[in-house]
Design a protein around this ligand. Structure first.
Ligand code: B12
Ligand code: SF4
Length: 592
């Protein structure tokens, strides 16, 4: 669903509101000895370029943020389980501190959602008297919360409640539950009493079902769009979340203790870090501006420096990936952060000597920052991912042209920052064109010549929550099945052609592989090794190695799909999949 925008001026929480909620939960925590398990769903079939390393070697920020919030409010009996590392984890067998947890939370992206539902189904094997309250969240929940509820009597497995939002929404829900909970009562029972009393309706950002507790959902209640946290310095410190991670294992159960601090770096050498949220552009295929209700939210420079330093001190982490939508979105605010990182010093050591960071930006804004790139490198930045999409701006215009894209790439390379282009292949773009910049290979070649260190080429797929989503379906572009194989969520990652008007969509699929093959191959690896005495040093060669290994996976996983696209019948959808149960807005809470 496209996230409804709150009334203008009412998009953000009042300053200090999250901090006050944290305080109030800390007072409730001692009387409520909660045990919580937060699981991150992951489908291993999605492992390929361009995400092959970061997908499993960087603990996702979402589950860490939720874990940090729980620990910060005094609920230290919390464990984070990553499907990435614990494939056999079975919620029906989990025990924390010798007991079935009070809360079982599941976080998922859209493409891993069936794995999340498997976990929910499994957790519901626990007998109702002991069963934890099941809470779902994450980006799938942000855009398609209704998918966590079932109306099917043969499979009535649903989450109890879905959080369509961030820390504040979850903590507000907890505050309501704990103030309802009687001595010795389970959180699940308190939840249902609070629901029936209408006490959840005053917490914007929730979806829950009406009807019997273990029955199929009859109707869903949406409590409205969340208010967003404006000042991200109010967030709990990310250092807390890393203390809660389940060590990798092949067990179905949980281990006796969380991953030791000294081993975090070994399994997760890169650390994602929330720095800013929001982007001023409004690309029709992207849900990010609506999610952020057109707000640009950020942490202060000193806070970011402190987070990097403490994560380094406690866990030895040095490589940080900003989860920014567009880090250069606002020039002055960016420069304030960069300045603080350049100046930050801890225990007599300049932070910039220790940490290296990377993030996402747009070509347009990088051009505006071109004179500051050496300073940005000084602050520790070593690579920037740029949404180039199609250099000629045929697909989408956000200030890019071949001339300015290439200038940005050269400037970055000269400053010693690796330019990492993210391209989007589309129906009207040929593989190669003679005498123009339009072809996919033509553009890849130009980008490589200008210093591109890695390559991401994805096919446009419908993104839930975006303005273009509905139309992509109603115009008949989206496939339902190809050669008898249904289009499952895990192939919605842009690596598979699943929406196209092209007469021969298999060509699009092959084009993606050819573009990668053109960029990642032994010849370029040798050249990158030969030219290692540039400011980018060995990074292009290292990326070639990762790229070549990743490409083997792409070929293995998507070649069969090309064959289906070439020979199999293609069935198309004419409507987007939506809620199977009616949704109604919550009643406004009665005034006291
Ligand atoms: C970093 C990132 C990645 C990294 C992830 C690496 C890692 N291991 O962490 C990489 C580069 C690998 C990646 C890959 C992809 N990504 Co990505 N990525 C992001 C990005 C930029 C930041 C995610 C993040 O860490 N955010 C910060 C955390 C704190 O926010 P959060 O995860 O939303 O969590 C908050 C809330 O959602 C909530 N929450 C989260 N979980 C839970 C659980 C519970 C129980 C509760 C109560 C609350 C809750 O609380 C959290 C704190 O506020 C987001 C965009 C964005 N700005 O969020 C896209 C995003 C998550 N990616 C997206 C997509 C689609 C992809 C890809 C499919 C590529 C593509 N086609 O674009 C691949 C999938 C690869 C794979 N195999 O999984 C989409 C997901 C859309 C969806 N419907 O699920 C997003 C939202 C971007 C977008 N809007 O298009 N991505
Ligand atoms: S520039 Fe990137 S983040 Fe911003 S709206 Fe476009 S695709 Fe989304």
């Amino acid at each position: 669903m496209q996230i409804p925008r709150r009334t203008r001026g009412d998009e953000l929480l009042a300053p200090g509101q999250l901090a006050r909620l944290r305080e109030s939960l800390r007072l409730l925590a001692p009387a409520n000895d909660l045990a919580t398990v937060i699981a991150c769903a992951f489908d291993h079939r999605t492992r390929m370029l361009p995400f092959i390393y970061t997908d499993t070697r960087m603990v996702p920020a979402g589950v860490r943020a939720i874990g940090s919030a729980m620990a910060d409010c005094g609920f230290a009996k919390t464990r984070i389980v990553l499907h990435q590392w614990n494939r056999q984890f079975s919620p029906s067998r989990m025990r924390l501190d010798g007991r079935v947890p009070d809360l079982f939370m599941v976080s998922t992206m859209g493409m891993h959602w069936p794995r999340a539902m498997d976990m929910i189904r499994d957790a519901r094997q626990i007998d109702p008297a002991n069963r934890p309250l099941i809470v779902a969240g994450g980006s799938k929940a942000a855009y398609e919360p209704y998918d966590f509820f079932s109306a099917d009597p043969a499979d009535p497995n649903s989450a109890d409640v879905v959080v369509i939002g961030e820390e504040f929404v979850l903590l507000s829900l907890l505050e309501v539950l704990l103030s309802f909970r009687l001595a010795g009562e389970s959180t699940r029972s308190a939840f249902y009493r609070a629901r029936d009393a209408g006490a959840l309706d005053g917490v914007p950002g929730l979806m829950y079902a009406r009807g019997g507790r273990d029955m199929p959902a009859e109707e869903l209640v949406f409590t409205g769009t969340q208010r967003l946290l404006g000042d991200l310095d109010e967030l709990p410190h990310p250092v807390l979340g890393y203390r809660l991670i389940e060590p990798p294992s092949r067990r179905a159960t949980l281990g006796p203790a969380a991953l030791d601090a000294s081993r975090v770096r070994r399994y997760s050498p890169a650390s994602s870090l929330v720095v800013t949220f929001g982007c001023k552009f409004t690309c029709p295929y992207c849900p990010i501006p609506d999610y952020n209700q057109r707000q640009h939210r950020l942490k202060s420079g000193p806070r970011i420096a402190d987070e990097m330093w403490r994560l380094h001190k406690e866990y030895g982490l040095r490589y940080f990936f900003g989860t920014d939508d567009n880090f250069f979105n606002d020039k002055q605010r960016t420069l304030d952060i960069v300045d603080a990182l350049v100046r930050a010093e801890f225990d007599g050591t300049p932070l910039r000597r220790i940490v290296r960071w990377y993030t996402e930006v747009t070509v347009h804004d990088t051009l505006r920052m071109k004179d500051h790139l050496p300073l940005i490198r000084d602050a520790g930045c070593r690579a920037l991912w740029l949404g180039v999409e199609d250099m000629t701006a045929t697909l989408i215009k956000k200030g890019q042209s071949p001339a300015n894209t290439l200038e940005v790439f050269r400037r970055l390379r000269d400053a010693g920052i690796c330019p990492m282009p993210m391209m989007m292949h589309h129906d009207s773009q040929p593989l190669y064109t003679r005498g123009s910049d339009y072809g996919l290979i033509n553009q890849v070649r130009q980008l490589r010549r200008s210093g591109a260190t890695s390559l991401q080429v994805l096919m446009l797929v419908p993104s839930p929550g975006s303005r273009l989503y509905e139309e992509t379906y109603t115009s008949g572009q989206v496939f339902e099945s190809v050669g008898g194989r249904p289009v499952e969520p895990h192939i919605h990652d842009g690596n598979y052609v699943i929406a196209s008007r092209h007469k021969q969509p298999w060509r699009k699929q092959i084009n993606l592989l050819l573009a990668y093959l053109y960029f990642y191959n032994p010849l370029w690896l040798v050249l990158a090794l030969w030219r290692r005495k540039t400011k980018l040093q060995l990074k292009p060669a290292a990326m070639q190695v990762v790229g070549i290994l990743g490409l083997i996976q792409n070929i293995r996983r998507t070649l069969g799909w090309s064959i289906r696209l070439a020979f199999g019948p293609i069935r198309r959808l004419t409507r987007p999949p939506g809620a199977k149960v009616p949704i109604r807005p919550a009643e406004p809470p009665a005034s006291p």
